[in-house]
Design a protein around this ligand. Structure first.
Ligand SMILES: *[C@@H]1O[C@H](CO)[C@@H](O)[C@H](O)[C@H]1NC(C)=O
Ligand SMILES: *[C@@H]1O[C@H](CO)[C@@H](O)[C@H](O)[C@H]1NC(C)=O
Ligand SMILES: *[C@@H]1O[C@H](CO)[C@@H](O)[C@H](O)[C@H]1NC(C)=O
Ligand SMILES: *[C@@H]1O[C@H](CO)[C@@H](O)[C@H](O)[C@H]1NC(C)=O
Ligand SMILES: *[C@@H]1O[C@H](CO)[C@@H](O)[C@H](O)[C@H]1NC(C)=O
Ligand SMILES: *[C@@H]1O[C@H](CO)[C@@H](O)[C@H](O)[C@H]1NC(C)=O
Ligand SMILES: *[C@@H]1O[C@H](CO)[C@@H](O)[C@H](O)[C@H]1NC(C)=O
Ligand SMILES: [Zn+2]
Length: 652
C-alpha cells in the first residue's frame, strides 16, 4: 500500500511538472480538449468556433494503447437544463471527423535528447456558432467510454444600451507604471520634490490595473495579450484571435470574433481606425482583424485588413477606414507578400500616403492607407533629436530605395485618423486603436531613452487627442482609454555620474558612479522654468537627453551587455550579438556602450534581448463608462467594458 501510494504521488508530481513549461497542448486538462476552454467568457452573440480533440499518446509518460476515440460526443448544458447534443443546440450539421498526429517534448531533457512524445488525435470543429442568452453553460466532451472534459463557459449578462458614440483605445506596448514614473521625471520640472506640471495620463479621472496572464503561461506576448484586449478570450503565446489546436495548419484553429468585427457587424456604417508605430503586420494592430495561431503569418494579417477572413463570413468586412503605420515590406509584392496590397487598397477606394505631407493632405472623406517606411517607424528620439540616424536607410515605403525623410509620428497619425473618422462617421461613431509600439521594442533592446521618448510621445498624443475631441465637440461622447498589453521589468534606482564612470578603468570602480538614495540627486533632463521648455506650451519632452547625471535604470532580465547609462546618439542600440552568427549564443556587443560596465546576462544565452515581465499594467479611462475601468481586473475586461459601452451585447 505504502509503496503504491508513493509511486502514485511521484507519478502525479511528474505529470504536473511536465505540464508546466512544456505542455502537450495548452488548455487541455486531460486527454480530451474543448476549445473555447474551461473558464472562457463570451459576449452575448459573439461568434466563435468550437474545436474538440481526443488524444492518444503513442509513447512518453502518458502512453496508452489504442487509437484516439473516433466516437466521442459533445453536449452543451445551459445551467439547470439538460445536456443537448451540440448539433441540435446550435442547429448545425455534424462536422466530419479529422485525424492527425503531433509531437511535443515533455521537458528540457527530452528536448536535449531529441525524444519527442507522439500523440494521435481525433478531432471535430464546429464553425461560426454563438450563444445569445447570458448565463452559465457546460460544454462536455465524452470520450473513451467514461471519460469527460468539461468546460464551464460564461456568457456575460451586460446592459445592451449604447453609451459611447466613439472609443479610442491607446496601447503603450510594454508600458508600465514604472516607465511612466521615469518619463515624468525626465520631462517635467520639479521643485523641492513637487512637479510643476503633470503628464496627460496623470489627469485621467479613473485608474485601474489589468492582469495580463496568458491562458497557459503567466507571461504573455503581444499577440496573445492584444487578443484578450480586443476579443475577451485569453489564448496562447503567438496566437491571434484563435485557440491554438494541435494540428499543423496555422489557419484551421478555432476562431472568435474581435471588437472591430462585432462593431462592424452591428453597425455597418461605423468607422474603424488602426494606427501603430510598428510595421502594420505586427501583433498589436494585427489582432483587430487576424485569426491565426502564428503571428508571423504577415500576408494573412495584411489580407485580413483588406478583405476580412476569406471564405468565412461573420460580417461584410470592408476594411478599416484608416490604417496608418509602417512595414512597407508587407505591402509591396514580394516573396512574403503574395499581392501588391498598395494596388488592392487603392482599387478599393483608399487614398495611399507614403509620407507626412501626403498624410496631412489626404482627403478626410476618403478611406486612407498610410505606410511611411519599411520596418518599424523611426523612434521619436531619432525623428526629433538625433535626425542624422534617419539618413541612408533606403527605407522609403514605395520600395524605390530612397530614404524616408518626411515621417509622421504617433500624434500626426492619430490626429489624422480622428479627422477622417469624424468626417466619414459623425453619425454612427467610430473605434480607433492607436499603438505606441516602440515603448516595447526599445525596452527589448535595453534602449531606455528611446523607450521613454516613445512613452512621452504617447502622452503628448493623448493630450492632443483630448484637445482635438473637445474642439470637434466629440469629447463627451468618446470613451478614451490608455493601457498596455504587458510590461517589462524596468525601474530606476538612482543616478549615474557618467563623467566619473568614464574616468574609471575597471568595472568595480565604474560602479562607484552610481548614486543611490540621498546620492541620487535630482533630474537634470529638464531644467529651467516652464517657459524655457524647448517644445511649445503643454508639450513635455526633456530639454536635454545627455546630462552628466543620468538615470540608473535597468530591467530585471537581459542578455550579456555593456552599460554606460548614456543616451545612444548613434541610433537604436543592439546590446548583444550572436557569436559567429550562432543564434543560440549571444554575447555583449563589442561596439555597444563599450566604455560601460560589462553586465553578465540572466537570460538563456539564446536571448538577444530583454523579455516581457509579470507586472499588472495600468488602465487610464475617461468619458462615457469610465467607471467600469476602476479597480483590478483581467485583461479581457477591457474588451467586455468597451463592448458594453458600445452596446454590442445581444443579451436578452
Ligand atoms: C465507433 O463506433 C462504431 C459504430 O458504432 C463502432 O463500429 C466502432 O467499433 C466504434 N469505435 C470505437 C473505437 O469505439
Ligand atoms: C496514428 O494515426 C494515424 C492516422 O492519422 C494512423 O494511421 C496510425 O496508425 C496511428 N498510429 C498509432 C501508433 O496508433
Ligand atoms: C516516440 O517515438 C518516436 C518515433 O518512434 C521516437 O522518435 C521518440 O524518441 C519516442 N519518444 C519517446 C519519449 O520515447
Ligand atoms: C475561397 O473559396 C474559393 C471558391 O470556393 C476558392 O477557390 C479559394 O481557394 C478559397 N480561398 C481561401 C483562402 O480559402
Ligand atoms: C510625399 O508623397 C507625395 C505623394 O506621393 C510625393 O509627391 C512627394 O514627393 C513626397 N514627398 C517626399 C518628401 O518624399
Ligand atoms: C550616407 O551616404 C553618403 C553617400 O553614400 C555618405 O557620404 C554619407 O556619409 C552617409 N551618411 C551617413 C549619416 O551615414
Ligand atoms: C561574467 O561572466 C564571465 C564568464 O562568462 C566571467 O569571467 C566574469 O567574471 C563575469 N563578470 C561578472 C561581473 O560577473
Ligand atoms: Zn507587447
Amino acid at each position: 500500500m505504502r509503496t503504491l501510494s508513493i509511486v502514485h504521488a511521484i507519478a502525479a508530481f511528474v505529470s504536473c511538472t511536465a505540464a508546466q513549461t512544456f505542455q502537450r497542448l495548452g488548455g487541455c486538462p486531460d486527454l480530451g480538449c474543448v476549445f473555447p476552454p474551461d473558464q472562457a467568457d463570451f459576449l452575448a452573440g459573439q461568434y466563435f468556433d468550437i474545436r474538440l480533440e481526443v488524444h492518444s499518446p503513442i509513447n512518453g509518460s502518458e502512453a496508452r494503447v489504442g487509437e484516439p476515440d473516433p466516437n466521442f460526443t459533445f453536449t452543451i448544458t445551459k445551467k439547470r437544463g439538460k445536456p443537448i447534443a451540440a448539433t441540435k443546440f446550435f442547429k448545425v450539421d455534424e462536422p466530419k471527423l479529422e485525424r492527425w498526429d503531433f509531437s511535443w517534448y515533455e521537458d528540457r531533457f527530452a528536448e536535449d535528447a531529441d525524444t519527442p512524445s507522439i500523440v494521435n488525435v481525433t478531432s471535430k470543429i464546429y464553425r461560426r456558432v454563438a450563444l445569445k442568452e447570458p448565463g452559465e453553460y457546460e460544454a462536455t466532451l465524452n470520450y473513451y467510454g467514461s471519460q469527460k472534459t468539461v468546460a464551464n463557459w460564461l456568457v456575460r449578462d451586460l446592459p445592451t444600451k449604447r453609451r459611447a458614440k466613439n472609443v479610442i483605445l491607446f496601447i503603450g506596448d510594454g508600458m508600465t507604471t514604472n516607465m511612466i514614473t521615469a518619463a515624468r521625471l525626465i520631462a517635467h520640472k520639479s521643485i523641492n520634490g513637487k512637479y510643476m506640471t503633470k503628464m496627460a495620463l496623470d489627469k485621467f479621472p479613473v485608474l485601474g490595473h489589468q492582469m495580463t496572464h496568458s491562458m497557459d503561461s503567466f507571461i504573455t506576448d503581444s499577440a496573445n495579450s492584444a487578443t484578450a484586449l480586443y476579443s475577451g478570450h485569453k489564448t496562447t503565446v503567438n496566437a491571434l484571435n484563435v485557440y491554438v489546436d494541435s494540428s499543423e495548419d496555422p489557419f484551421d484553429d478555432p476562431k472568435f470574433e474581435t471588437i472591430a468585427e462585432i462593431f462592424r457587424r452591428h453597425h455597418p456604417h461605423a468607422g474603424i481606425g488602426i494606427v501603430s508605430t510598428a510595421f502594420l503586420a505586427d501583433a498589436t494592430p494585427a489582432a483587430l482583424t487576424s485569426h491565426t495561431s502564428d503571428r508571423g503569418e504577415y500576408d494573412h494579417v495584411i489580407s485580413t485588413y483588406y478583405e476580412g477572413l476569406t471564405n468565412y463570413t461573420w460580417t461584410e468586412w470592408n476594411g478599416p477606414d484608416v490604417l496608418l503605420g509602417a512595414g512597407a515590406e508587407n505591402f509591396l509584392k514580394s516573396e512574403d507578400a503574395k499581392r501588391d496590397y498598395y494596388d488592392l487598397f487603392a482599387q478599393n477606394d483608399y487614398s495611399v500616403a507614403w509620407n507626412k505631407t501626403a498624410l496631412q493632405n489626404a482627403p478626410n472623406d476618403q478611406k486612407l492607407l498610410g505606410v511611411f517606411q519599411t520596418s518599424n517607424l523611426a523612434t521619436w528620439l531619432d525623428r526629433n533629436v538625433y535626425q542624422a540616424n534617419l539618413l541612408n536607410k533606403t527605407n522609403y515605403p514605395d520600395g524605390s530605395g530612397r530614404d524616408a525623410d518626411d515621417l509622421p509620428g504617433l500624434k500626426e497619425m492619430t490626429l489624422k485618423a480622428i479627422d477622417v473618422l469624424h468626417e466619414r462617421h459623425s453619425d454612427d461613431g467610430w473605434f480607433i486603436m492607436s499603438e505606441a509600439a516602440s515603448v516595447d521594442k526599445q525596452m527589448h533592446t535595453l534602449d531606455y531613452d528611446r523607450a521613454l521618448g516613445e512613452l512621452l510621445e504617447l502622452d503628448d498624443t493623448v493630450r492632443a487627442t483630448i484637445e482635438k475631441l473637445k474642439h470637434l465637440g466629440e469629447l463627451e461622447d468618446t470613451l478614451v482609454i490608455v493601457t498596455a498589453d504587458h510590461g517589462h521589468g524596468f525601474d530606476v534606482t538612482g543616478s549615474v555620474d557618467t563623467k566619473y564612470l568614464e574616468a574609471q578603468d575597471d568595472d568595480r570602480h565604474k560602479r562607484s558612479a552610481v548614486g543611490y538614495y540621498e546620492s541620487s540627486g535630482l533630474s537634470q533632463y529638464t531644467t529651467g522654468g516652464p517657459n524655457s521648455l524647448r517644445y511649445s506650451e503643454g508639450v513635455h519632452f526633456p530639454t536635454r537627453w545627455d546630462p552628466r547625471y543620468t538615470l540608473h535604470s535597468g530591467v530585471v532580465a537581459f542578455p550579456d551587455h555593456h552599460e554606460n547609462y548614456q543616451v545612444h546618439k548613434d541610433g537604436p542600440r543592439t546590446p548583444a550579438l550572436a557569436a559567429q552568427g550562432d543564434k543560440n549564443n549571444y554575447y555583449a556587443s563589442y561596439k555597444d556602450a563599450v566604455s560601460g560596465i560589462l553586465i553578465n546576462g540572466t537570460l538563456p544565452v539564446d536571448a538577444a534581448q530583454g523579455v516581457h515581465s509579470l507586472t499588472d499594467v495600468p488602465v487610464f479611462a475617461q468619458g462615457p463608462c469610465q467607471e467600469l475601468f476602476g479597480g483590478v481586473y483581467s485583461s479581457i475586461d477591457i474588451f467586455f467594458n468597451i463592448a458594453e459601452c458600445l452596446g454590442l451585447s445581444e443579451g436578452k
